[in-house]
Design a protein around this ligand. Structure first.
Ligand SMILES: [Fe+2]
Ligand SMILES: [Fe+2]
Length: 308
């Protein structure tokens, strides 16, 4: 197992003293929650201790470290620098501290925003960050502390709601992943049509990237309750159909959208991916012509990617 004392020594040298104390608080809180929920408490303590290892003293130092480790930052991340340390931290955990478990790296990566479908360890670190003893007290902290040992998912909702309220009060931008976390764990519901549009865009670009042919978007929201959009595309051979399916699933999952079901196989010539609000059909050439979904769904409205 890892040498916690050595980790603490390195952390002390790279973080401010307040941040170091907070990290210790998160370590012990995560360890306690892990015991309560039957999760490996050593993993939880390491993830807790290292969760802010990317929070180098200044934002500039964090950005420079990202450059050094080849971590690309999106314009969105640069506009919300509070998110940079999570991405950096996951990489530093591996490169500097030698932590190889992806479960720990993911707990570090998502400790600020959460995400839908979190593992128990991810939830534990996410909550421990909110409630560790040095966070002081106040109504929502106290409530989240009580909930944390009774119902972790409810604690996720409480913590995320209070964070979003706090950001709103300060007129700060709220990152999309926090909203998805709140939505997934039952706090609020984003407008479903906006969600569907966003998913359709991600799908379109994922198909385009793998050279999907004749990508068609059909708005079926007014003629069917099964979904808002159908997206149809084809590959020229079996390998391309498989690549298109993987590209779409990866792209949507990365943004926190999880598949409800998949039907068909790439060697069968037709794969259906059901993502609740959108349904994606990926064919080989022959099957696309044979099934001719555009004709079957001709009452829907074919739309251009620019209309989304
Ligand atoms: Fe953090
Ligand atoms: Fe933190």
């Amino acid at each position: 197992m890892y040498d916690l004392e050595k980790f603490e020594k390195t952390l002390k040298e790279t973080l401010s003293s307040e941040r170091y104390l907070h990290s210790q608080g998160v370590m012990y809180t995560a360890g306690s929650l892990a015991m309560a929920y039957d999760v490996d408490f050593q993993e939880a303590m390491i993830a807790g201790l290292l969760h802010d290892c990317g929070k180098l003293v200044t934002e500039m130092a964090q950005i420079k470290a990202c450059e050094r480790w080849g971590i690309a930052l999106s314009p969105e991340e640069l506009a919300m620098p509070a998110l940079i340390h999570t991405k950096l931290g996951a990489v530093l955990a591996q490169e500097v501290y030698g932590v190889t478990e992806t479960s720990i790296q993911d707990a570090i990566r998502y400790h600020t925003t959460g995400r839908p479908h979190m593992s128990l360890l991810e939830k534990i670190v996410y909550i421990a960050d909110f409630i560790e003893p040095w966070r002081g007290s106040g109504s929502w902290v106290d409530e989240t502390r009580k909930l944390a040992f009774v119902d972790l998912d409810k604690a996720v909702v409480k913590g995320t709601e209070s964070k979003i309220t706090h950001l709103k009060k300060q007129n700060k931008t709220i990152d999309k992943m926090s909203i998805k976390t709140l939505e997934y764990y039952g706090g609020i519901s984003m407008s479903s049509i906006e969600t569907a549009k966003n998913m359709a865009k991600i799908t379109y670009h994922a198909l385009e990237e793998k050279k999907g042919e004749e990508i068609t978007i059909i708005d079926i929201s007014t003629i069917s309750v099964i979904a808002d959009y159908f997206i149809i595309a084809n590959g020229s051979n079996e390998a391309q159909v498989r690549a298109l399916v993987e590209s779409v699933e990866d792209a949507l999952e990365k943004e926190g959208y999880f598949r409800k079901k998949r039907e068909g196989t790439h060697n069968g010539g037709w794969v259906l991916l059901d993502f609740h609000d959108i349904i994606i059909h990926i064919f080989d050439k022959e099957n696309r012509l044979f099934y001719d979904l555009e004709r079957i769904w001709r009452d829907g409205k074919q739309i251009h990617i620019g209309d989304l």
